[in-house]
Design a binder for this molecule. Structure first.
Ligand SMILES: [Zn+2]
Length: 54
């Protein structure tokens, strides 16, 4: 099951919910960020869809 949740606030990538697993991050303002932009903003490298599950 794929459900579009919204768009990344930084790059505009569509954020999807895949089989109940959220493909991004919701910050305290309720804005969506994809994992890629989140990892960039933190200066970290992160791959895949682990952690930050809502
Ligand atoms: Zn992004």
């Amino acid at each position: 099951m794929r459900e579009e949740v919204g768009q990344c606030k930084m790059c505009g990538t569509k954020i999807l919910c895949l089989d109940g697993f959220f493909n991004g991050i919701i910050d305290s303002d309720g804005l969506l960020t994809c994992f890629l932009c989140d990892s960039v903003s933190k200066g970290e490298e992160m791959e895949g869809c682990q952690g930050n599950n809502v």
